[in-house]
Design a protein around this ligand. Structure first.
Ligand SMILES: C[S@@+](CC[C@H](N)C(=O)[O-])C[C@H]1O[C@@H](n2cnc3c(N)ncnc32)[C@H](O)[C@@H]1O
Length: 993
């Protein structure tokens, strides 16, 4: 990829845009030829800030005799196009040959697994020189992505495409380190997975981040080997010291059951056309453990290990000279000093392991004892300094989206009496704890902590106004989050989801998951599903859930980076947000082990064996109270902790006598739970995302909104997110619920009155599409949909469905084009009224012929559900309205009937009118499909009725609002925002506000 991009820029061409990137490896020669032509027509001058974007202007700018675009030749778009096209075509061919080599190398490596060959270690200095060159190359690529490296001219936008490969096996160890034996260079062979072994090594170089992160590691024997770790960070912009601080030189690592590859860049590194040196390829971060002297088995691991001198200098600030220094100099902020990568803070590492040792009735290790003594020997000032560093570390962990580690550090600091000893800080410390708990979704405890923080601030003499200013915003936010998690999001919540998700580029909402009248249940032949626990009405909210991990293309960690990950066996290309959503999911599970069940408890597609979590009961959100915290819980949050080291022995720390306060109990549980780091198979996470995540989530305000949450988007994704509970919903092309996406929140509402015990199902693919297309889109899921409309289509027959598809996909668009021209030219050609009406009559009649042809493809007993007709009836109505308003109303009613809506028979225009929208509705049953289409028809009917009967016109508008409330919600403002502009002649606002 990098060679191709460099070559294009060298001949003065702009880089392929994100859509074109996806076509680079398309095997179709026609696609390649078109692509070459398009790329050849786009000079690199278009990339610069100071160049006009328009082609002609660009030509003029180039024609002024001198381009300051370095060596890039000025180009005459017409004369040079052929020349450039030929050159680009040659470059694309080269690129594809290179890709083939990379693919072949992966294939060969897979085949060679049966007969691994011993490998000769590459000399350390050679590896280091290569590493330095790679780091330099990365820096140059980043520089060139923002400006021309020769002239310094700034580009319009930072643009950095990257490509990685995937496939042919992925490894993840689930063996505890104690069960493994050490591996050293004598045994190295490749390609080989070293089952039952671990590799002990030290980071010896700076880090190189492409998508995976690579460094040179040295072994105790002095040999060196490159190590590449996939899913290292979701921040692909990290570089230099910030990156190196994740694993500073000298950090000791244990890699469980390592895989030595002939190409350690194989996953997540730049493609080298199959040429690389052997190295350790780590497919998942959970295989890597940091050996820091605090670990449970660190002493055992390091026993008798003599390291050859590290042949490079570690920055002195990065390392603690002795283990006791941890308390005096422990790093205070993430990623600035000391080893940080996915690691907990020092107090929690020590306290958790000490607790565990006690639980297992072991004495702590010698290093634990040394640390204990050192901790108890700290003088007052040193203890205060440690407390201050702990606060900073917890803040920093929180900022880096690691609230689990932040809470563990605070819990350990409280048990060890590092925090909670200075009344001046008590209020602030509780406020910090409250913010961490809020982030973790423990709203009840967060609220109690905030209330307690206010009391303690007052007790410490802090001015009430300043304490309030500090704490109240957090308290109010936590109360609101608690309320929506207890009662479900309010009307106002949905209102703000809608408007905020259209206003913010990376909308993420502060809400907990909420489950209405549904429960997880086994569904014969379909795994698990969600089933109603009682009867519900149409429009009732059933679920409101936030994504467990979300990645937006314009998140700061990847903005401007366009990643393509090509999976060799399947030919599937994943894009930036899909890869990073997996990285974020993995990191979230390592930080909060309780996240593993909801994510790894999902299935990963047909043919992939279920993870061990799938058989466990699927977790649902707890029932919560929305009340204020009780006086007891506030008192508990304020209670002192008798403890110190004693709190780490399971019967100590309760104020003597063995009774342990609930607060101590809670902190201990927090620490112990953090030790259960799950082993995460990253390829399973990829499968979970591919089969459960929601791709680019359309805001309901966009034209795509009818897609019901497009799962099969093929363009470079704008966002990828996984919502664990909604992912349990099974599919029906004919859904009985509507799932709507607002940023990282999805809400699901009943579309019809439904009985207790009914399985609720939404659309993975648009049920409005032709049957053959739906079947092919669903084929990756490995099931055949047997929903109502699939059964109807099946009875119509394959051939009839294909004919219908041709009519709707071929004949209808031609008539639509005629319609567009007619409506555009309406009256412009100086025709008489009669002539114009004739034109409309003609077109309506052609459209009616089309209706007849489509009708002929349905089985005689099909019933009214014929959604392919909706848009045709609406078009007929539009033209017929020009000469026969009553007939146009019938057409719109036909459109509604074709999508399953049933008209109510209201005897009088005023019946049921008033604030009760449902009673006013002109529909007794909402449509099954095409919800926005139904709203269009209702608003069209409102317009058609306006002149004769304002009462009925108003009722149609209210019916549209009712349908909108039942599918999307958020009230009249949201409805008006989406629909008002398209119906300027209707006083909708007056009617419904
Ligand atoms: C997103 S998951 C849904 C939850 C899944 N049932 C489970 O137990 O984890 C998608 C998978 O559910 C199953 N599934 C979904 N809809 C189905 C349907 N209508 N009929 C049969 N299986 C279905 C398929 O195995 C599909 O790959």
């Amino acid at each position: 990829m990098e060679d191709l991009l460099r070559a294009l820029r060298n001949i003065g061409l702009a880089l392929p845009d994100p859509e074109q990137l996806l076509q680079l490896s398309d095997p179709d020669p026609e696609v390649q030829s078109n692509l070459a032509q398009l790329i050849a027509l786009n000079p690199s001058t278009h990339e610069y800030q100071d160049e006009p974007r328009d082609e002609h202007d660009a030509g003029a700018a180039d024609g002024d005799g001198g381009s300051d675009d370095g060596d890039a030749p000025a180009m005459d778009p017409l004369m040079d196009a052929d020349l450039f096209r030929g050159a680009v075509q040659a470059l694309l061919e080269n690129y594809n040959k290179f890709i083939d080599k990379e693919r072949d190398a992966l294939q060969r490596e897979h085949a060679a697994l049966a007969s691994p060959k011993k490998i000769k270690p590459v000399p350390f200095r050679a590896l280091m020189a290569r590493q330095d060159a790679e780091i330099k190359r990365r820096a140059e690529e980043v520089h060139a992505a923002g400006c021309d490296p020769d002239t310094g001219r700034k580009r319009r936008r930072f643009y950095l495409p990257r490509q990685t490969f995937d496939g042919y096996g992925s490894y993840a160890s689930d063996k505890p380190l104690v069960d493994l034996s050490r591996l050293d260079a004598d045994d190295f062979a490749a390609p080989k997975r070293f089952e039952g072994r671990y590799l002990l090594c030290r980071v010896a170089s700076r880090l190189n981040l492409y998508v995976s992160c690579t460094f040179i590691a040295t072994l105790p024997s002095g040999h060196a080997i490159p190590v590449s770790i996939s899913h290292f960070t979701p921040n692909l912009h990290l570089s230099g010291a910030d990156l190196d601080a994740h694993l500073p030189i000298g950090t000791v690592l244990a890699i469980r059951e390592p895989y030595i590859s002939q190409n350690h860049f194989g996953k997540g590194g730049p493609a080298l056309g199959g040429k690389n040196v052997p190295g350790v390829r780590v497919d998942t971060p959970s295989d890597v453990l940091i050996v820091d002297g605090l670990g449970q088995h660190d002493e055992h691991l390091l026993q008798g290990v003599e390291w050859q001198a590290l042949q490079v200098e570690a920055a002195p600030a990065d390392h603690l000279a002795t283990i006791e220094d941890i308390w005096k100099q422990s790093p205070c902020a993430a990623n600035t000093k000391g080893c940080r990568w996915l690691q907990d803070g020092p107090l929690s590492r020590f306290a958790a392991r000490r607790l565990k040792a006690h639980q297992e009735q072991r004495e702590g290790s010698t290093s634990h004892q040394k640390l204990e003594t050192a901790l108890e020997a700290l003088d007052e000032a040193e203890r205060r300094a440690l407390a201050q560093r702990t606060r900073q570390l917890a803040e920093s962990l929180l900022q880096h989206n690691r609230p689990g580690a932040a809470l563990r550090e605070v819990a350990a600091a409280r048990l060890l009496r590092v925090l909670g000893q200075d009344p001046k800080f008590d209020g602030r410390d509780l406020e910090l704890e409250g913010r961490i708990l809020h982030h973790l979704g423990d709203y009840e405890r967060a609220n109690a902590a905030f209330e307690a923080a206010l009391k303690l601030a007052a007790a410490a003499g802090e001015d009430a106004a300043s304490a309030g200013e500090r704490v109240y915003p957090h308290l109010v936010a936590a109360r609101a989050a608690q309320q929506s998690a207890a009662e479900g999001p309010s009307h106002e919540n949905v209102w703000s989801y809608y408007f905020d998700s259209s206003s913010y580029p990376t909308p993420r909402f502060d809400q907990g998951d909420w489950l209405g009248a549904v429960a997880v249940q086994d569904i014969p032949g379909a795994g698990r599903g969600l089933v109603l626990t009682r009867d519900v009405e149409e429009g009732e909210l059933l679920l409101s859930c936030k994504a467990a991990a979300s990645s937006y293309a314009i998140d700061s960690g990847c903005k401007g980076i366009y990643l393509l990950r090509y999976t060799v066996e399947t030919g599937v290309t994943s894009t930036t947000t899909q890869v990073l959503a997996a990285t974020k999911s993995i990191h979230a599970m390592l930080d909060r082990p309780e996240r593993a069940l909801p994510i790894m408890g999902l299935t990963a597609g047909p043919g992939v064996p279920d993870s061990r979590w799938v058989s466990q009961p699927y977790p649902v959100p707890p029932k919560r109270s929305s009340g204020k915290p009780s006086a007891d819980s506030i008192a508990l949050a304020m209670s002192g902790i008798e403890g110190g080291i004693a709190a780490l022995s399971l019967n100590g720390g309760g104020g003597g006598g063995g009774a342990v306060s609930p607060r101590v109990e809670h902190y201990r549980a927090v620490l112990l739970a953090g030790l259960d780091r799950p082993s995460i198979d990253s390829s399973y996470v990829d499968g979970v995302l591919r089969f459960n995540a929601f791709g680019p989530a359309p805001n309901p305000g966009t034209a795509e909104s009818d897609s019901g949450g497009a799962l099969d988007a093929s363009e470079l994704s704008r966002s990828t997110m996984v919502h664990p509970l909604p992912a349990i919903l099974n599919h029906a092309c004919l859904p009985n619920v509507s799932s709507v996406f607002f940023g990282d929140v999805v809400t699901t509402r009943a579309l019809h009155p439904l009985k207790a015990g009914t399985e609720i199902m939404h659309q993975y693919v648009r049920g409005e599409q032709p049957w053959p297309l739906r079947r092919s889109q669903l084929s990756k899921h490995g099931f055949v949909c047997r929903c109502g409309i699939c059964l109807l289509d099946e009875r119509d027959g394959d051939e009839a469905c294909r004919t219908r598809q041709k009519l709707v996909g071929g004949s209808f668009p031609m008539l639509l084009e005629r319609s567009r021209i007619l409506l555009k030219d309406d009256g412009a050609k100086g025709q008489s009224e009669a002539e114009r009406q004739d034109d409309h009559r003609d077109l309506a009649s052609s459209l009616e012929d089309l209706v007849d042809q489509v009708q002929a493809t349905y089985h005689a007993e099909r019933g009214q559900l014929r959604p392919d007709l909706m848009a045709i009836w609406q078009k007929i109505a539009q033209h017929r309205a020009k000469f026969d308003v009553e007939a146009a109303k019938d057409d719109e009613r036909n459109a509604l009937a074709s999508i399953g809506a049933v008209l109510a028979l209201h005897p009088a225009a005023t019946a049921g009118m008033g604030p009760d929208l449902k009673a006013a509705s002109m529909l007794s049953r909402l449509p099954d499909l095409h919800f926005d289409g139904a709203i269009k028809s209702m608003l069209a009917l409102s317009s058609l009725c306006l002149a004769q009967d304002e009462g009925i016109a108003k009722r149609w508008a209210q019916s549209a609002l009712w349908a909108h409330e039942c599918t999307i919600g958020g009230g009249p403002d949201v409805f008006l925002d989406r629909w008002e502009a398209g119906y300027a002649g209707l006083p909708v606002r007056k009617w419904i506000k």
